[in-house]
Write a new protein. Structure first.
Length: 768
């Protein structure tokens, strides 16, 4: 039986009045209720996974795996060993005997009844005839169903899952486009897109409110803006019994305001399993292009005539719910931006979709500069067919050809800014010191109890997440609900009222932010399995573990606690490198009487700070009744710049704000004057004096002021007055150019020596 999807926007049918009629578009609307049924043996089984079987349950619980997916080299054996499965060799290099993950509990006597292919991960049991994919095996052995990862949607209440307006209105959007010739002209002149292409993709126009979570600017939520609309479509089955061919209909609309290019809204806000341009796929379509955004997809389609779709959200994420729609294609061209982030994402997606059927398109094709994506290439008059023809498959991880390596090194050389990573919006000082948030790194974050580690990390992670960094929180100390509440307050900029809640969560839930359900002491293997799952399912790029002590509490006896922590850090280090994610690990400090902490204050052995790429310490400088807090970057493997960022806390938004140099100096001086006036006669004991000196030493880090310290010790004797004490510390700072500047002395030297000549010299992190 031959089945196919009708091409709804068929040009021959539409003729000259095509936009007004959009016949197919109307034809696709056959009802409002959604029903799923088995379509096995219909020839489109691969297309539509909603089957009334256990598979469909797997699908809905977020466990869908492409049959094209193959584990990374070495992944299977590593997993088997990690889970104590003790695989046994067979005569075949790639086949190992294992205990069946499903029938073993029932049949105790029959061990090693199954075989597993360590290249593909597929397994089969001789005893129960059970078989499955690699992901099935992982789930059965690691019981991964028990670690559900919560998303921002799960933590928000009252999600809208239906369109904000009637379906009839949604269907009318393409007609409304005619009322805004300005949009059509813009697409033609700015993007080089023809009217036919817009029509083929059912491009429309409508008014929407801005719900973009990435938009940091204050925006009006009441003012409707005219937007261009990009529908996401999916196959739809009306009646399981009917012999009707399935049709395609709109399941979600993305609306953008064209002038600023900012995303405006998704309708409905919750994710739906649909793809832009999916209605262009016919039953005999073998290949599809997966582009970065709608304009790239339309440009690629217009020039190559191959159906092209794009990533469903505004982030480098390929959600599981859309994988089934891509299952049927023998060939997938992944055509993302030809820059560091785009090519990293393309390689990860190829892995997820199955490397054997994916080819990666490189728009630059080795050129120094030029268009980086399909849309830019079209505007620049490039031959898109030729660019597509040069697409190459992802090479095997362990046998990378020099060509590939050369391209990657070259890309990094000519784009140093891209290698720096994602920039922070809230804390520009972080960009100046650490240069950016990069994948594959391990950051250790520490500070005294209650100083605000979780609060600051919540803000920083939210900041990067708003820039599209998919984030996974493992909060082992405070419950997810409390963390999400704090995050919502930071997101909104103030504590929410009940009335504001729904409007804010509508935007908040569009963020790629996920939370592990674990709490308190949790086995490392279980956590790593969950992290692996989150990377596969949500393309997670940043994992935060808060904190190491809570996660490993009560595991291991007293003497091997440190060993356990070392092993945990070693595992996270390896994980970050191998899986290309950034891990931020919160570690409590040792009991330390000193006011200022340094690398030696981090709990555990030196291995923790050795393994880390970055070490950040939240410091508190107490001066009389005032205090200044700092984010003190004590290690930076990227370029060695070390410095501290003074900040103040805003109760209203629950966020920190970086102090400017003047603000910092004023506060420090204010305290100094106050100290002079109020504590002139106050005796300070030796202990305090030594503490303060050691604080100043640790502030100086490199101990170049030893002599000065000795002088202070010698000259001042046993009793200092408060003001003298303060003045001495201040003197150390003033020597280096102003209050607090001693702390940055090391920084300045490093910055000047490490910044490449073409980069503007930064003499102080606050001066930019
Ligand atoms: N810079 C700050 N100034 C004043 N209060 C703050 C600051 N940062 C956070 N807080 C508040 O202090 C409390 C504790 O913060 P938080 O839980 O983030 O600290 P922590 O260092 O993670 O704690 P712990 O050591 O217990 O893990 C919270 O109520 C938070 O709102």
């Amino acid at each position: 039986m031959s089945h196919h999807l009708p091409i709804l926007a068929n040009r021959a049918l539409l003729g000259s009045t095509r936009l007004l009629s959009v016949l197919g578009y109307r034809n696709s609307i056959r009802g409002t209720s959604r029903r799923f049924y088995s379509i096995e043996n219909t020839g489109i089984t691969q297309l539509w996974p909603y089957q009334a079987s256990t598979k469909s349950m797997e699908f809905f619980s977020g466990g869908f795996t492409s049959k094209h997916y193959t584990p990374r080299p070495g992944e299977v054996l590593e997993f088997l060993h990690k889970h104590y499965q003790f695989p046994r060799k067979t005569g075949d290099t790639f086949l190992f005997r294992i205990r069946c993950p499903s029938c073993r509990p029932q049949k105790r006597g029959t061990l090693y009844t199954a075989v597993i292919n360590v290249q593909k991960g597929i397994f089969q049991c001789d005893s129960c005839s059970g078989k499955g994919s690699w992901i099935d095996y992982v789930k059965l052995v690691s019981k991964s169903d028990s670690f559900q990862v919560l998303s921002t949607m799960d933590l928000s209440a009252g999600n809208k899952t239906t369109f904000s307006v009637s379906r009839a209105k949604i269907e009318n959007y393409p007609r409304q486009l005619l009322e805004y010739p300005i949009i059509m002209n813009w697409c033609k002149t700015e993007k080089g897109l023809t009217f036919d292409t817009l029509q083929d993709y059912w491009i429309g126009s409508a008014k929407y409110n801005n719900t973009n979570p990435s938009n940091n600017a204050e925006f009006s939520t009441n003012k409707d803006q005219v937007c261009i609309t990009f529908p996401r479509t999916a196959p739809f089955f009306l009646d399981p019994q009917a012999t009707d061919e399935p049709t395609v209909r709109v399941v979600r609309v993305k609306a953008c305001e064209i002038e600023s290019g900012e995303l405006v809204a998704f309708d409905p806000p919750t994710s739906e399993a649909g793809l832009f341009g999916y209605h262009l796929v016919q039953s005999d379509t073998e290949a599809i292009i997966l582009a970065g955004n709608e304009f790239d997809a339309m440009a690629a389609y217009q020039e190559t005539k191959i159906p092209a779709t794009c990533l469903p959200n505004n982030t480098y994420q390929l959600p599981l719910e859309i994988l089934p729609l891509l299952e049927r294609f023998a060939k997938i061209y992944i055509w993302l931006d030809d820059d560091v982030a785009g090519q990293d994402a393309a390689e990860k997606f190829a892995q997820k979709l199955g490397i054997n059927r994916c080819s990666i398109v490189r728009t630059l094709g080795g050129d120094l500069d030029g268009p980086v994506n399909a849309s830019e290439a079209l505007a620049a008059g490039k031959d898109l067919k030729e660019i597509l023809r040069k697409a190459r498959p992802l090479e095997h991880e362990q046998i990378i050809g020099f060509d590939h390596l050369k391209d990657a090194v070259y890309r990094e050389l000519v784009n140093p800014n891209q290698v720096r990573g994602v920039q922070s919006t809230d804390l520009p000082g972080l960009n100046q010191i650490l240069k950016g948030h990069r994948s594959g790194e391990l950051t250790v974050f520490t500070g005294p109890t209650g100083i605000g580690k979780t609060t600051i990390l919540s803000q920083i992670s939210l900041d990067f997440c708003r820039s599209g960094v998919s984030t996974l929180w493992g909060s082992f100390e405070i419950p997810n609900v409390r963390l999400a509440k704090k995050m919502l307050q930071q997101f909104a900029g103030h504590e929410l009222t009940a009335e504001e809640f729904f409007q804010t969560t509508e935007r908040f839930q569009q963020l790629p932010m996920y939370f592990l359900k674990f709490f308190g002491s949790t086995d490392l293997t279980t956590v790593v399995d969950a992290m692996n799952h989150a990377i596969y399912a949500f393309d997670v790029q940043h994992v935060i573990i808060d904190n190491l002590q809570f996660m490993t509490a009560d595991q291991g006896r007293f003497h091997d606690r440190w060993e356990l922590q070392d092993r945990t850090v070693g595992t996270f280090r390896k994980f970050a490198t191998e899986r290309g994610v950034h891990i931020t690990l919160v570690v409590h400090p040792k009991k330390d009487d000193r006011e200022f902490l340094d690398l030696n204050s981090v709990f555990g052995s030196a291995k923790i700070t050795q393994e880390a790429d970055n070490v950040i310490i939240v410091q508190r400088l107490v001066v009389d009744d005032d205090e200044i807090r700092y984010l003190d970057i004590k290690k930076n493997r990227y370029d060695g710049t070390l410095a501290a960022i003074p900040f103040e806390f805003d109760n209203e938004s629950c966020k920190i704000r970086q102090l400017t140099r003047n603000e910092h100096d004023r506060r420090a001086k204010g305290s100094k004057n106050k100290a002079r006036q109020e504590t002139e006669k106050l005796p300070i004991t030796n202990r305090n004096a030594n503490e303060t000196i050691s604080m100043a030493r640790s502030m100086n880090g490199n101990m170049q002021t030893n002599e000065t310290m000795d002088e202070i010790d010698e000259n001042k004797g046993d009793n200092f007055t408060g003001s003298e004490m303060y003045a001495n510390v201040q003197q150390l700072m003033v020597d280096d150019g102003g209050a607090g500047a001693a702390m940055f002395s090391e920084t300045r030297a490093n910055i000047t020596s490490s910044i490449p000549p073409e980069t503007p010299q930064i003499t102080h992190y606050q001066e930019v």
